[in-house]
Write a protein that binds this ligand. Structure first.
Ligand code: DC
Length: 202
C-alpha cells in the first residue's frame, strides 16, 4: 500500500511528536526531513557538496537538535542546489511501500503534492518558543526565553520568505493549531484524520 502523510509547519509546533505517534499508530515509516538539512548545516564546508554526499552517519550525530544546528539548517535550506540534492531521496521515501509519514516545511507542497493526508501543524511563536525553551532546560537552559523566541522568529521569517519551497500550507492541507492543545490532544486529532482517510480509501 502506498499512503503518504505530509506534516508541515514552523519550528517547534509539534510536528515531530505528531509524526512519530502517527507512524507508530499505523505502522508507517517516518522521516524527519529537518534532520537532513540540520546534518548538511552542521557538516561544514560547501553545503551543496555536503548535501550531495550525505550519509547515514551524518544523520546519527548527537548535535543535530541544538539551536545552532537549527539556524544552520535554515540557512542551507534556502540554497536551491541543496534542496535539489535532497529531493529524490525524500520523494522515494514518501511513496515507499507500506506507508510513510514525512515532516518538514514543503512536504505537502513540493515533495509529495499527491499525499493522501496533509497536515499543517502550527502554534503561536510565543507558545513554540516556550516549548523549545523548556526542552532546552527552562530556567536551567543556556539561553534565556527571549533569545529562544528571537531564534524561532528569525527562523520562521527565513523559512517563510525564501524563494525556493517556502514554508506555507498546501491548499488542501488541514491546519492544526496546537497553541491550546496538549500533545495527547494534538496526536488524537492527527490520528483521527489519518484513520478517516484510510477508511475512505477502503
Ligand atoms: O524541522 P526542523 O526544525 O528540524 O528544520 C530545520 C530547518 O530545516 C528549518 O528551519 C528549515 C529547514 N527545512 C526545510 O527547509 N525543509 C524541510 N522539509 C525541513 C526542514
Amino acid at each position: 500500500m502506498i499512503f503518504t502523510v505530509a506534516i508541515d509547519g514552523p519550528a517547534a509546533a509539534g510536528k515531530g511528536t505528531i509524526s512519530r505517534a502517527v507512524a507508530a499508530e499505523f505502522g508507517f515509516a517516518h522521516l524527519d526531513t529537518g534532520a537532513l538539512y540540520r546534518a548538511v548545516g552542521v557538516k561544514g564546508g560547501d553545503p551543496v557538496t555536503a548535501a550531495r554526499g550525505l550519509e547515514p552517519t551524518d544523520l546519527a550525530r548527537d548535535d543535530l537538535r541544538t539551536l545552532e544546528a537549527g539556524q544552520a539548517a535554515s540557512r542551507v535550506a534556502a540554497i536551491p542546489e541543496v534542496r535539489a540534492a535532497l529531493l529524490e531521496f525524500q520523494k522515494r521515501f514518501a511513496r515507499r511501500e507500506g506507508g510513510a509519514v514525512l515532516d518538514g516545511r514543503d512536504i505537502g507542497t513540493v515533495i509529495c503534492p499527491e499525499a493522501e493526508v496533509k497536515l499543517f501543524v502550527t502554534a503561536s511563536a510565543a507558545v513554540r518558543a516556550r516549548r523549545r525553551w523548556l526542552e532546552l532546560g527552562g530556567e536551567a537552559a543556556a539561553q534565556p526565553y527571549a533569545a529562544v523566541l528571537a531564534e524561532v522568529e528569525e527562523r520562521d521569517a527565513r523559512d517563510r520568505n525564501r524563494a525556493d519551497a517556502p514554508l506555507r500550507p498546501a491548499e488542501d492541507a488541514v491546519v492544526l493549531d496546537t497553541s491550546d492543545l496538549d500533545s495527547a490532544a494534538a496526536v488524537a486529532q492527527a490520528v483521527a484524520l489519518v484513520a478517516a482517510a484510510l477508511a475512505a480509501r477502503g
